[in-house]
Design a protein around this ligand. Structure first.
Ligand SMILES: [Zn+2]
Length: 438
């Protein structure tokens, strides 16, 4: 240790031995004496300056490189980020597009469903009004009962077998309707890419829509079926009076044009938007409901009741008979009912009073025009309770039973004229029973 420090001291002493620097100016020589200490201090200062310069130079060069590297990194990051942003935007666009597809499919389905619903609702309401009207008529006719006043009993209803030979087609019809609905649903082109979440959602929606569509088809078919059954019953009622349907019904059917041109059911634009098969079914149902409405109107104008709702006795029938006064064979154009004096004689259907007063042979009598060619007459009354032109409803009192005119005792002579021709009122009263007993 001491040997090594001794050698260092010797080298150090040789390097920094005391030096004099001579300097001559204007003939005068100056000298600066530099001690070892001073030389060491100057050397340290010089070395420090040199190190600082080296350090800053290196630092400067490296800084540039680091900055460049950072710049590259930043650019890379920026590129990656914008690429990801672009991908995300594409994904959002896809989702939006699919959402839009689902929404528009849903809106389309809902529109179709609600349009069909509206058509059905209109028809159901219309049929309900007809049913209500028929119920009122049925109740009224039930009140009067049969020709001799017999009331219906629940256990002894008259069953009208419309089509006795025809098998019930309900099951096969149901599957046909289901097939029709499925076929129509399949015909619609899929708008979402296959296998996507949207396609699955649309599929589920379509399945639900198809189920609803089938339900609606079945409902409209059921409506048509019930309306047709009622229509057949009313036709039977009408035919059983002896009046043919053709002679009272207007053959022109309005529903085809109503549905095609827009009318009470639905406008043309809606019809073209909604499914064609449903429209076909709805159109057929509408035809039946229209016909039913027309026939219901006719049935309401047909005198299907008895002129007496109180206890009465059927005394004389329609047709050729021996005259009760002169004994000669003559035609009896009506039927006679005997009952208590001053029993209320009532209108057998709604209408307006055509004649109210006294007529030779008839005594005090009332004549009612029911429209559609039907007129009824009530004769031999003790009192007339209505005035000419007065509107009457079924079972409104028109007079009181008596024996005025050519009569042998208290009774009411009752006649029905269709287009001026007398028909047998008994057939009408019997037919009336079909209305409330079917
Ligand atoms: Zn008579």
């Amino acid at each position: 240790m001491s040997r090594r420090s001794g050698r260092f001291r010797r080298v150090f002493g040789r390097l920094f031995k005391e030096r004099q620097i001579y300097h001559r100016s204007d003939g005068v020589v100056h000298f600066i004496s530099m001690s070892t200490k001073t030389q060491v201090a100057l050397a340290i200062v010089a070395l420090s300056a040199l190190l600082w310069v080296a350090y800053t130079s290196v630092n400067f060069v490296f800084d540039e490189q680091i900055e460049a590297a950072r710049e590259i990194d930043y650019r890379n990051m920026e590129t990656t980020f914008s690429k990801r942003l672009h991908d995300a935007q594409l994904a959002i666009d896809d989702v939006n597009a699919l959402n839009h597809t689902i929404e528009s499919e849903f809106a389309k389905s809902m529109r179709e469903i609600s349009l069909r619903h509206q058509m059905m609702e209109n028809m159901v309401k219309r049929k309900a009004r007809i049913n209500d009207s028929l119920d009122i008529l049925s109740e009224g006719l039930s009140e009067a009962g049969g020709p001799s006043g017999q009331k219906p009993t629940n256990g002894n209803r008259i069953m009208i077998d419309i089509n006795p030979g025809e098998p019930t087609p309900r099951q096969s019809r149901l599957s046909t309707l289901k097939k029709e609905a499925a076929l129509e649903a399949a015909q619609r082109s899929a708008t979402a890419p296959k296998g996507s979440a949207a396609a699955a959602a649309i599929d589920r929606m379509k399945t639900a829509a198809t189920e609803l569509y089938t339900e609606q088809m079945l409902l409209i078919a059921a409506l048509e079926e019930r309306a047709q059954k009622k229509l057949d019953e009313l036709h039977l009622v009408l035919e059983s009076t002896g009046v043919s349907s053709d002679s009272v019904l207007i053959p022109a059917k309005i529903s085809n044009t109503v549905l095609a041109q827009g009318g009470p059911f639905i406008d043309i634009e809606s019809v073209s938007q909604t499914s064609s098969r449903f429209t076909q079914h709805a159109n057929r149902a509408a035809l039946v409901v229209d016909e039913l409405a027309e026939l219901e109107d006719v049935i309401n104008s047909i005198p299907l009741s008895s002129p007496l709702t109180v206890s009465r006795r059927f005394t004389s029938g329609f047709g050729v008979r021996r005259d009760p006064i002169n004994g000669r064979i003559s035609a009896h154009h009506g039927i006679d009912f005997a009952a208590a004096w001053a029993s209320p004689v009532t209108a057998t259907a709604s209408g307006s009073v055509k004649f109210a007063g006294t007529r030779s042979g008839w005594g005090r009598m009332v004549e009612i025009d029911h429209g559609n060619g039907f007129i009824t007459r009530y004769a031999h009354l003790s009192r007339v309770s209505v005035k000419q032109g007065q509107k009457v409803e079924l079972h409104d009192k028109v007079g009181e039973l008596g024996s005025s005119g050519r009569s042998t005792g208290p009774h009411v002579h009752y006649e029905i004229l269709f287009k001026g021709k007398p028909l047998n009122p008994r057939r009408f009263i019997e037919a009336g029973r079909y209305v409330f007993e079917s």
